[in-house]
Design a protein around this ligand. Structure first.
Ligand code: SF4
Length: 363
């Protein structure tokens, strides 16, 4: 089949909408952010849901809105407490952007969430998808959403072979989603499109047999379901090798904020040596900086096995050396925060550091 641009009549669109909406009313999951019209709560949920499974998002959403029930609370919070609520979710720039945008809403919009698509999109971290989701869910404005679930569902329903990660693909899928949008029920329609991709037309095992749209689904008809959607390029993955040092001194240890534009920016971590290639641990321990700064007069208590931490574009291979020291050295004091064990909870850390920390605090 050649790449096609779907041609839809008004009648086809009406039938599609009716079937989709009926299916949604019967099968959708009840989720707390679907029960509200408050744009602040919808915004928080949408940002948490990016790159996150619904099951995991639920507990983070509840915790986040308990800690920051309004945009004013979020704007007034310090960044560490915002990142702490985000700990373990990954993609921490989302939390930093939420915090920065909350301040803009309070200062520029006097605490009122912006109401137009362009104003919503002007906030940091909000792209086309999130702006359309907030505007349609909160205000019923007629903007079609296009997330991974909608791409997959549309690509199959119309057997669209244009790669979804190209300019042409984005344009074509957006036009299609827009054509199908029920402008009088934008919130319901968009939720239904996304839910269809999330629970019926799933990545690995779409349930075509029970699908109310299968009679007009091109991928089902031409046996192309497993081939769609198409992507043009593979994600390039970078391998990184982290060697952490958990340096225990009396009732505490050392952490430092990652401040560079890199993964986990503004989260805390142990003293770290990073290399482009994997090194035998003996070689790491023999490095001048290990000896001088981290092992200096210390006793190595434990060396972890290698842990692999998978991020979207990076695989981080890490090991951690647990060292106990009797005296603080000048380098550590100057470059790291000394954290008492009972205060370690106040420091936002990556999931990887949290795993090591939990292990060592039990020793
Ligand atoms: S028939 Fe299958 S492939 Fe087509 S929309 Fe339904 S679940 Fe998706």
């Amino acid at each position: 089949m050649n790449p096609t641009k779907p041609c839809l009549t008004e009648e086809n669109i009406t039938v599609f909408q009716r079937k989709l909406h009926e299916w949604y009313e019967r099968h959708h999951r009840v989720l707390p952010w679907r029960e509200v019209k408050d744009p602040y709560l919808i915004w928080i949920s949408e940002v948490i849901l990016q790159q996150t499974r619904v099951e995991q998002a639920l507990s983070y959403y509840r915790n986040f809105i308990v800690n920051f029930p309004t945009v004013e609370h979020l704007a007034a919070a310090d960044e560490n407490s915002v990142l702490k609520c985000w700990q373990g979710l990954g993609y921490y720039s989302r939390a930093r952007n939420l915090h920065a945008s909350a301040k803009v809403i309070v200062e520029k919009f006097h605490g009122h969430f912006p109401k137009s698509y362009d104003e919503v999109k002007s906030l940091k971290g909000i792209g086309d998808y999130t702006a359309a989701a907030i505007c349609s869910f909160a205000y019923d404005l007629p903007y079609a959403v296009l997330d991974g679930n909608v791409y997959r569902f549309l690509s199959r329903y119309f057997a669209m072979e244009t790669p979804i990660d190209t300019m042409q693909g984005r344009k074509q899928f957006m036009e299609t989603a827009d054509m199908l949008l029920d402008r009088k029920k934008a919130a319901l329609h968009n939720q239904a499109m996304m839910e269809m991709g999330a629970i019926q037309c799933t990545i690995l095992s779409p349930d075509c047999d029970s699908c109310p749209l299968k009679h007009n689904c091109m991928a089902f008809k031409y046996d192309m379901v497993e081939l769609l959607p198409i992507k043009s390029k593979k994600t390039k993955v970078r391998n990184r090798y982290f060697y952490y040092f958990f340096i225990k001194y009396q009732n505490g240890f050392f952490l430092r904020k990652r401040e560079k534009a890199d993964v986990w920016r503004n989260l805390y971590e142990f003293p770290l040596l990073e290399y482009e290639n994997k090194l035998p641990i003996e070689e790491v321990l023999a490095q001048e900086e290990s000896v001088k700064y981290f092992l200096n007069a210390g006793v190595i208590k434990q060396i972890s096995e290698e842990k692999k931490h998978v991020l979207s574009h990076q695989h981080i291979y890490s090991r951690c050396v647990y060292v106990e020291i009797q005296e603080k050295n000048e380098y550590l004091t100057k470059h790291y925060d000394y954290v008492k064990i009972e205060e370690s909870d106040k420091y936002p850390v990556s999931r990887l550091v949290e795993i090591f920390l939990n292990e060592y605090l039990e020793i």
